[in-house]
Design a protein around this ligand. Structure first.
Ligand SMILES: NC(=O)c1ccc[n+]([C@@H]2O[C@H](COP(=O)([O-])OP(=O)(O)OC[C@H]3O[C@@H](n4cnc5c(N)ncnc54)[C@H](O)[C@@H]3O)[C@@H](O)[C@H]2O)c1
Length: 387
């Protein structure tokens, strides 16, 4: 009789972590999909099982009826939270509901995988963070792009100190989905649902996660905020006010290695030619690194030489958690979403090791501090300073 090998994808013998989803929209379905192919992961010590789904719109639950592990379908999140067979909850609802639903999850005794921006504004984010701390709940916040192999490589190079004295850093997340003025309005384009920070609330954690993890928190901000289309079709034959900031470019200064460094944070919904482009670029006096989802298998690096030259490395599937996927294949968004969940579950179990962890409540609060300063900067048309 042959002995099973360690890589034979034997399921983890430990009981699965029972997960519930509140908000059965775009992101709720992505999570179900990631769990459904958990067997692709080779070395994740924890296994999730999606057991319950809740959406205020009953029709949104129907898609989940094909997921064999789901046994509870609820339209009231309080009913779901009263269920004893749920260990942790993923909440993916519009931003104005984050605070009340996240607090309900924590007070029901469940751990929380939250969505960005972690509350409508800074005050809400602080209240959620503080309640989680008081109750001792494990909470992390969704931010997928740092789990891409290219992002991991760029992060490690930036962290290593090998780039020399840093000159400038650019972090960007660029969409063009709102360029069409006939696109009907939705909750993400209205302050009362998305928050006054607008596109910064929507796309901001994606750009702020790595600099904050590296300890590069801005000390000052000069913000250029743009509202491009003030109205949009309301989808019912009329028009509706579109009052969120569409594009935000923040020229910030961070103290890195004892020196002031230019850190540019760009979040745009009207960026012609860009679909879902995430960029992380760090330039130092000795070396530089650049990664963009525009070229998802390419890591750009330079080394100071008499000639100014970028060199490129073709990347494979070097994700933090090992998978069955061929090492030369290209990863995509569903893969990094699964990696992010593996990090959440491993860290919750105390088994993350030296792998990259998900965004923390403190990082979510810190990113709101930057957006609050950016709003003040734009309002007063001057540089705003952060504490
Ligand atoms: N991490 C990412 O890459 C990423 C991408 C997109 C969206 N998001 C975030 O995910 C969250 C949800 O965004 P989405 O695009 O999935 O939105 P969505 O509009 O597709 O889905 C939201 C769902 O929440 C439901 N809902 C509203 N009120 C509810 C309530 N009281 N109880 C239960 N369900 C309720 C709606 O019916 C809807 O089905 C937001 O915080 C957003 O910023 C994250």
């Amino acid at each position: 009789m042959s002995t099973p090998t360690a890589t034979a994808a034997a399921p983890s013998p430990a009981a699965p972590v029972r997960i519930a989803v509140i908000g059965a929209g775009l992101m709720g379905r992505e999570v179900a999909s990631a769990f459904g192919r958990w067997f692709a992961l080779l070395d994740c010590p924890v296994r999730p099982e999606l057991v319950a789904v809740c959406d205020a719109n009953a029709a949104a639950l129907d898609w989940f009826r094909q997921v064999p592990t789901v046994r509870h379908f609820d339209t009231d999140h309080r009913v779901l939270l009263a269920r004893p067979d749920v260990d942790a909850v993923y909440v993916a609802v519009p931003h104005h509901l984050h605070e009340s639903l996240y607090l309900d999850v924590l007070r029901a005794g469940k751990d929380l995988f939250a969505e960005k921006p972690f509350g409508l504004d800074l005050a809400a984010a602080r209240r959620i963070r503080d309640e989680a701390h008081k109750l001792g709940r494990f909470v992390r916040v969704s931010s997928e792009f740092p789990f891409l192999p290219g992002a991991q490589r760029a992060f490690q190079l930036a962290r290593s100190g090998a780039l020399g004295r840093l000159l400038e850093v650019r972090c960007a997340f660029l969409h063009s989905s709102d360029l069409d003025p006939t696109k009907p309005i939705n909750w993400k384009r209205q302050n009362k649902f998305c928050g006054e920070a607008g596109v910064m609330n929507d796309l901001g954690l994606h750009v702020a996660h790595l600099p904050l993890r590296l300890g590069w928190k801005p000390t000052s901000v000069y913000a250029q905020l743009q509202k491009i289309y003030p109205t949009r079709p309301d989808g019912k034959g009329g028009t509706a006010s579109c009052d969120t900031w569409d594009n935000a470019t923040l020229h910030t200064t961070a103290s890195i290695g004892g020196h002031p460094v230019l850190l540019t944070l760009e979040m745009k919904r009207l960026a012609p030619t860009e679909t879902n482009t995430w960029i992380f670029e760090v330039l130092g006096t000795d070396h530089g690194v650049r990664f963009s989802t525009k070229e998802p298998k390419t890591l750009w690096r330079y080394t100071r030489t008499p000639e100014q030259t970028w060199s490129k490395t073709d990347l494979g599937f070097g994700t933090p958690f090992k998978t069955i996927t061929g090492h030369i294949f290209e990863p995509g968004f569903p893969d990094i979403l699964q990696q992010m969940w593996a990090a959440f579950l491993a860290e919750r179990a105390g088994l993350l090791g030296d792998r990259f962890g998900c965004a923390t409540p403190d990082e979510a609060v810190a990113h709101h501090e930057i957006w609050a300063a950016a709003l003040a900067s734009h309002h007063e048309q001057k540089i705003a300073h952060l504490a």
